[in-house]
Design a protein around this ligand. Structure first.
Ligand code: SF4
Ligand code: SF4
Length: 109
């Protein structure tokens, strides 16, 4: 796991996107918009992004685990219930199995 960009210790929980359930919000990803409102010491956390998904009409969301602080905002706003919060270790174990289109350093270990 790379060093966390915003926290001295790794967060207790992390968000996991089930990309099979993610629709990309038809090009206006709510999770990305809300994560961009999360700040740590005046810095925007910006821990979730969308990545090109050739088999899907829209890009799919993926979490960058060196930035996610586990605030759960994205999970609350996802209209497709595609985001679940897990404990730190569980999230890193589960994420690869529900990530169709990975994005580095999202799954870096
Ligand atoms: S994870 Fe949810 S909120 Fe984010 S793009 Fe996918 S469907 Fe939309
Ligand atoms: S849990 Fe918070 S910091 Fe992590 S991806 Fe979701 S909104 Fe961003």
């Amino acid at each position: 796991m790379p060093e966390h960009k915003f926290l001295k210790k790794q967060p207790k929980r992390l968000a996991v996107v089930d990309q099979a359930a993610c629709t990309g919000c038809a090009g206006s990803p709510a999770c990305v918009i809300f994560c961009e409102t999360v700040m740590v010491k005046n810095q925007v956390v910006d821990a979730i992004r969308v990545v090109e998904a050739p088999q899907n009409p829209f890009e799919l969301a993926v979490v960058e685990y060196d930035k996610c602080i586990g605030c759960a905002l994205c999970a609350k706003v996802c209209p497709w219930d595609a985001i679940t919060m897990y404990s730190h270790d569980e999230a890193l174990e589960i994420a690869p199995s529900v990530t169709i289109i990975p994005h580095r350093p999202a799954l870096a270990s």
